[in-house]
Design a protein around this ligand. Structure first.
Ligand code: NAD
Length: 330
């Protein structure tokens, strides 16, 4: 296989970063990964993997080298609703993620890197357009007047603008995607940073047949969830296109959290009841608007949600079994 361009994936130890490294390797790229930690699920396909903190400009100087053709910046201090919406982690989220973006971009300018990808989030959309669970508005041009419902969203919006200034003032080609709830195998599934799909799969997998599982909020809140393979496909297509974005990368198959939970229960084959409890939930409704991605990339995610949920449920069940067999042996 031909060795293609040299790339750097920041956040390679994370969920989407790990899948992106694998995809780039499959395509024949030489890949350097950097992260605070190794990928906990062993997705370590990078040619070179550097453990480092991107808040430290010295680390960034060492990993952003002149020979790179592309950089993917996915490193962020992030998690699901239990991490992002409680308010307890707000200063870390803003400080840590902004520093990673500021340092990586400035170093990319110094080293003359031609192209850089930035992973923004649907959390930057204004809350006032997401109050009706049946009719949320998340078209790219609805971002302003800005009013994200979390500091995580405000940092993403700031950083989107930061990347665009480097394109405008320093000629770096910038690509920005707004991810909408990415899920799938090798994602965080417990520990407090997991997102709703993984948390619900875990609760269902752990429940005794005939039991009850708890779900945060009324369950009427709506979302769409995109399987990670299609997210990575969208990232690669955006990177190869002549379009900078920001553009949504998400599924437009909207579902209420209650119906999502019922889908997972159905996949499990168990009889379970759902108890709705108070908890952080985020906006009332959110769905990816895919008109722009279809227009600009002539492509949009299309895999049915259920396929991705089946895959993810099976993987989380395996993780639980592995953990149980380790604790029985110990
Ligand atoms: P993740 O938490 O699994 O990956 C992020 C990685 O960044 C982690 O491995 C973390 O260790 C690393 N990191 C954090 N701070 C760092 C630092 N100072 N130096 C080096 N590495 C650092 O999250 P993910 O789900 O893979 O998300 C990747 C990107 O996509 C993030 O920017 C996230 O905000 C964005 N995003 C994700 C989703 C989603 O649903 N997963 C949705 C919208 C946006």
């Amino acid at each position: 296989m031909d060795i293609k361009n040299k790339t750097l994936v920041c956040g390679a130890g994370g969920f989407i970063g790990g899948h992106l490294v694998k995809r780039l390797k499959d395509e024949g790229y030489w890949v350097r990964g950097v992260d605070l930690k190794e990928n906990e699920f062993g997705n370590m396909d990078a040619d070179e993997f550097i453990i480092g903190d991107l808040r430290d400009p010295e680390v960034v100087k060492n990993v952003v080298t002149e020979d790179l053709d592309e950089v993917y910046q996915l490193a962020a201090d992030m998690g699901g609703a239990g991490f992002v919406f409680t308010g307890d982690n707000d200063s870390d989220i803003m400080h840590n993620s902004a520093l990673c973006n500021l340092h990586v971009l400035e170093e990319a300018k110094q080293k003359g890197i031609p192209k850089i990808f930035y992973s923004s989030s649907a959390c930057m959309y204004p809350e006032y357009n997401q109050m009706d669970p049946d009719n949320p508005k998340c078209s790219e041009d609805s971002a302003y007047p800005a009013d994200p419902d979390s500091e995580y969203g405000w940092e993403k919006l700031f950083s989107e603008r930061l990347y665009l200034t480097y394109q405008r003032n320093h000629g770096i080609e910038v690509k920005i995607a707004r991810f909408h709830n990415i899920f799938g195998p090798q994602g965080t599934w417990d520990g407090g940073r997991e997102k709703a799909p993984a948390a619900i799969c875990r609760k269902v997998a752990l429940a005794e047949d005939g039991g009850t599982i708890e779900v945060w909020g009324t369950g009427e809140q709506t979302r769409s969830f995109l399987i990670v393979d299609e997210c990575v496909e969208g990232v690669r297509r955006l990177m190869e296109s002549g379009f900078s974005g920001p553009v949504n990368i998400g599924s437009d198959e909207m579902i209420s959290i209650q119906n999502f939970t019922k889908m997972v229960i159905d996949i499990s084959g168990k009889e379970l009841s759902i108890k709705n409890i108070e908890g952080p939930t985020g906006v009332a409704g959110r769905n990816s608007d895919n008109a722009l991605i279809k227009k600009k990339l002539d492509w949009a995610p299309s895999k049915p949600l259920r396929n991705g949920v089946e895959q993810t449920y099976k993987w989380i069940q395996e993780q639980i079994e592995k953990r149980e067999s380790v604790s029985t042996k110990a």
